[in-house]
Design a protein around this ligand. Structure first.
Ligand SMILES: [Zn+2]
Length: 218
């Protein structure tokens, strides 16, 4: 028996939302602005149809961009001018874990899903830290939030490799004078203790360190 829902799938837009993708299918996806969920405007096994639809969409919208991808081996790929898969697309159909979505849409929670420039969604959660002087501070810790990979603390985007945390300023503030520009300098906190470097774990007592190695020569 057909229900009202079955008829929804006759509508192209609804079908695009719910149907799985098929091997070799061309997808016209929204590339900008990026959303948590992939927005598929059009799908076809015909490369030229998909290509022209992509051009039309780009022509018709001023503030939204569209791109053409092919669904191949379970992922989205960029295509060459004959419609063959070339390189893996940075933008994928990311499958966000429902728990993170629930927190994201909860107005009272201290966390949200952020979509990286490359399209990768991660979860930013507010954490409390106490430094070695007993001062507390809040900071944002990015976490993975995909169905298949969630709850991992990350500093870099797993999709494109760019840094997700802007820690450059803090690092400069805490870096001992003797260590600035030294390739041995580590400086990360382990609990309360800061590991300065492998040679001088507690730092060098002098302003000039005998083991200084210039970053630029490394
Ligand atoms: Zn990224």
């Amino acid at each position: 028996m057909e229900t009202a829902n079955d008829f929804l799938f006759l509508n192209e837009d609804m079908a695009n939302k719910f149907n799985p993708f098929y091997e070799g299918q061309y997808l016209v996806i929204q590339t900008l602005p990026r959303n948590i969920e992939l927005r598929v405007e059009y799908r076809s096994h015909d490369y030229y149809k998909a290509k022209s639809r992509c051009d039309i969409e780009n022509f018709a919208h001023d503030y939204t961009s569209f791109g053409l991808r092919i669904f191949h081996q379970g992922q989205l790929w960029r295509v060459n001018c004959s419609g063959e898969a070339t390189v893996l697309s940075k933008q994928q159909n990311w499958d966000v874990h429902p728990d993170y979505l629930a927190v994201h849409y909860n107005q009272n929670s201290d966390g949200e899903i952020v979509v990286h420039e490359c399209s990768y969604p991660y979860f930013d959660s507010l954490k409390l830290t106490v430094n070695r002087y007993g001062e507390s501070a809040e900071y944002w810790q990015p976490l993975t939030c995909l169905q298949s990979d969630n709850g991992r603390e990350i500093d870099k985007c797993p999709n494109c490799g760019y840094s997700l945390i802007d820690d450059q300023d803090e690092e400069d503030e805490d870096t001992p004078v003797a260590c600035i520009g030294c390739s041995n300098y580590h400086g990360e906190l382990y609990g309360d203790a800061q590991l300065i470097c492998a040679i001088h774990p507690y730092g060098c007592s002098d302003q000039i360190c005998p083991d200084f190695e210039d970053n630029k020569n490394a």
